[in-house]
Design a protein around this ligand. Structure first.
Ligand code: SAH
Length: 394
């Protein structure tokens, strides 16, 4: 194995089991290792510390596979990690044959750059780093070994692949071909998902516990569901007895899928779908004077990078301000952020400012976070990204 040395003092995060090593910490920045090749990470005194994957094109030059420098990164290594990941989802009760969940969540499951979502026996896989890409075939074969997986489909079309100089790629990888229509059942609700074309891998499993909460509080409410995508919250709210739901999204295909999902679950008549830019629609609703009992705001990542923090924060605050304004007295706002750069204290501050601007007194009655099939790895705080607040107004 090629030995890569860290500059003096640059092993601190690694000793705390954080798996990312940036190019600035590495002595041999242009080492002759191939993309994804396993290298031995040593301190400046040549003592081995970890085994990791080399990413020559990325600022994130090495992602650690194992903090045991003696570890052999081979088929057995990946098999053990996949089996561990599956055991956790089984423990959570998420490994049902007709259900879905995130099976492998990258760093949190000890497999940086690998994500796998499971849809009723079909795995949608993203290989997002040079190291993951190098073991693509092995990982695919190991997934197909799992008794609960029938077919594997690749969705390596996330933008982060560019940072690794990897081209976008999608398609069948092994096992059974995807059926034309794939449905999953979550908490008794059926969702048809599009593994080939849907956003991310098709469905937001990270919102599972949020859907449960929305269902619990929706009884009798008039709900405004902004950035509705394929109707996860819409179905949850109506299943919880909502009086009506108004959905909006800028994607027409997402709304068509939303309509199908509502109909699959037997809902008709008490919802409306609007294809629109939510930022404009909210202003229109504000002018119209229409009010709601529950407003859900789940925008896409509005802070894609550090440079966008200020602009992103303003956008989150704008949304929440109008959201508060659209509430009847006693109404609730559920606002979310999936931006990693936004932490919970900052999100709370922004939401507080929004309530103040809207002239509403509001208290937090629940905090949302990503579902437990996306565990936050204690040593890698970056694995926590999804947060939300449920506030009730006076
Ligand atoms: N709440 C959804 C997930 C939201 S994902 C769920 O429960 O599954 C974010 C959604 O916002 C996507 O569907 C995307 O099409 C939509 N979107 C992005 N920008 C938008 C905009 N400016 N106006 C309306 N929708 C937008």
């Amino acid at each position: 194995m090629i030995r890569i040395h860290l500059l003096p003092g640059r092993e601190k995060s690694l000793l705390r089991h954080h798996p990312w090593i940036f190019d600035g910490a590495v002595k041999e920045k242009n080492a002759p290792a191939e993309p994804g090749e396993t290298v031995l990470v040593c301190n400046h005194q040549d003592e081995p510390l970890a085994a990791g994957a080399w990413s020559p094109a990325s600022q994130l030059r090495i992602r650690v596979w194992s903090f045991d420098p003696e570890a052999v990164i081979d088929r057995e290594f990946f098999r053990a990690r996949i089996v561990q990941a599956a055991a956790l989802r089984k423990e959570l009760g998420f490994l049902r044959p007709d259900g879905g969940c995130r099976l492998i969540y990258s760093e949190s499951d000890g497999l940086p750059g690998v994500t796998v979502d499971l849809y009723a026996g079909f795995a949608a896989v993203q290989f997002l780093s040079a190291g993951a890409e190098r073991f693509r075939q092995v990982i695919t074969e190991l997934l197909l070994e799992q008794p609960f997986i029938r077919g594997v489909f690749e969705r390596s079309d996330a933008a982060v692949r560019q940072k690794e100089a990897l081209p976008a790629r999608t398609g069948h990888l092994g096992g059974e071909e995807l059926p034309d229509s794939l449905q999953i059942v979550e908490d008794g609700l059926t969702f048809e998902t599009d593994l080939c074309e849907g956003q991310k891998t098709g469905f937001y499993f990270d919102l599972r516990t949020a859907r449960q909460k929305i269902r619990q509080i929706s009884g009798g409410k008039k709900v405004l569901n902004m950035f509705s995508y394929t109707g996860g919250f819409a179905c949850a709210a109506l299943a919880g007895g909502a009086e009506s739901v108004l959905n909006a999204d800028s994607s027409a295909p997402a709304l068509e899928q939303c309509r199908k999902n509502l109909s699959l679950n037997g809902f008709s008549g008490n919802y409306e779908n609007i294809c629109a830019d939510v930022f404009q629609l909210l202003r229109q609703l504000e002018r119209s004077g229409e009010k709601f009992d529950l407003v859900i705001l789940d925008p896409p990542k509005l802070i894609p990078n550090k440079a966008a923090v200020m602009r992103g924060c303003r956008a989150y605050q704008d949304l929440a301000r109008i959201g508060f304004k659209l509430l009847n007295p006693g109404g609730m706002l559920a606002n979310f952020s999936c931006s990693g750069a936004m932490d919970m204290p900052l999100f709370q501050k922004i939401t507080a400012d929004a309530a103040l601007q809207a002239g509403r007194r509001a208290g937090i009655i629940h905090r949302f976070e990503q579902s437990p099939d996306h565990p936050t790895l204690l040593t890698v705080p970056e694995t926590f990204y999804l947060k939300g607040l449920l506030s009730i107004t006076a």
